[in-house]
Design a protein around this ligand. Structure first.
Ligand SMILES: [Zn+2]
Length: 357
């Protein structure tokens, strides 16, 4: 393995992990709610107050349904977070994602800059339209420039410069948080109402080379939306169909299938030269994506339905599982990581399974 590599104090993400050890008296070194309910006790550090409610985690620990394995303490953008890794029992059936019965056909999802998302079925019914997405990077650009300028004006290596850099870092974290929240809202809305989504494969890196569009495209974070849709559909047992990137979804008439010449970006209404069909540009594209998926994926491969995602070992022999091993419907967490606790200034959470100190 060689000599250990030490972590630098100047890393953007400072973090360390401590394992939970149990003393001979049976006392765990990482404890939650030892003194006050909203506290976490770490070995060598002591008891620290946390922001997030720890009640469900404490209840699982008390009942032996969860066991703390380790705790990771992270410092990012001025906030401390402790994530507690646990080994927990399987989720109660009521707390799992329910596999849905297929309802509608395919729904095409067109991602754009004017309307962030337009979803429609193959017969032309619009199902969801999200206009006016937040453009956090654009609206924060004035402040970002000022903060970045402030950093370069400070003397290298000085305390002032480090403070200015931290201020800029917090600004970037805020922009990212706004974007992340919005994307989760949109992807949840899509996944909860549609079990079959068709999404075009975009060459986002290619679009970023267009300097007139690059900033807007990057701010829209379409790639992250696709990533969230992929894993959230898997949770729910739904399907996400990537549409061939060369399929002309914006140029094709969704009524008569005639492929027109390229439509300029500024033209918001699609008009078919052959049959006179007129529709919103993004709606027409979304309908075309749905039609493509209907044609190419008439029979869909069944994805594994969203059962409990858990790494918990059965423990206590291999006999049949009893109800006592299962978490209750009110117990903490979605499966992979049990929620820790959050603390700090009363602000929005960074993530669900993290604890802000
Ligand atoms: Zn037409």
């Amino acid at each position: 393995m060689g000599f250990p590599r030490f972590k630098s104090k100047k890393r953007a993400l400072l973090s360390f992990r401590v394992r939970c050890k149990t003393s001979t008296a049976g006392r765990a070194s990482i404890r939650v709610g030892d003194h006050a309910p909203r506290t976490v006790t770490l070995p060598g550090i002591g008891t620290v107050a946390v922001r997030q409610d720890t009640r469900r985690l404490r209840r699982m620990l008390a009942k032996g349904r969860a066991k703390i394995l380790s705790a990771t303490v992270t410092h990012r953008a001025g906030r401390w977070t402790v994530s507690v890794t646990c080994e927990a029992a399987d989720l109660h059936a009521a707390a799992c994602h329910q596999p849905r019965t297929p309802t509608t056909g395919w729904v095409g999802v067109d991602r754009g800059l004017t309307a962030f998302v337009v979803a429609a079925t193959a017969d032309g019914t619009p199902t969801l339209r999200v206009d006016d997405p937040p453009r956090p990077a654009r609206s924060a650009m004035v402040r970002q420039r000022r903060l970045a300028r402030a950093v370069t004006r400070k003397q290298r290596g000085s305390r002032n410069r480090a403070d200015a850099a931290a201020r800029l870092g917090r600004h970037h974290a805020r922009v990212a948080a706004i974007r992340r929240r919005f994307l989760h809202e949109v992807s949840n809305k899509l996944v909860k109402t549609h079990d079959r989504l068709a999404i075009e494969t975009l060459t986002i890196t290619g679009m970023l080379t267009n300097r007139h569009l690059a900033a807007a495209v990057a701010d829209a974070s379409w790639g992250e939306l696709a990533r969230q849709l992929t894993y959230k559909q898997q949770w729910h047992g739904g399907h996400l169909c990537p549409v061939d990137r060369w399929y002309p979804s914006t140029k094709t008439c969704s009524a008569c299938r005639t492929v027109a010449a390229a439509v300029p970006l500024g033209q918001r209404v699609f008009t078919c030269q052959a049959c006179g069909y007129r529709a919103d540009r993004d709606l027409n594209a979304a309908v075309n994506l749905a039609i493509w998926a209907e044609q190419h994926h008439a029979r869909v491969r069944d994805l594994p339905a969203g059962g409990p995602v858990t790494k918990a070992r059965r423990g206590k022999g291999s006999g049949p599982r009893t109800r006592a091993d299962e978490t209750g419907p009110d117990d903490a967490g979605t499966a992979p990581t049990p929620p820790g606790v959050r603390h700090g200034r009363p602000r929005r959470a960074l993530s669900h399974n993290s604890t802000e100190l």
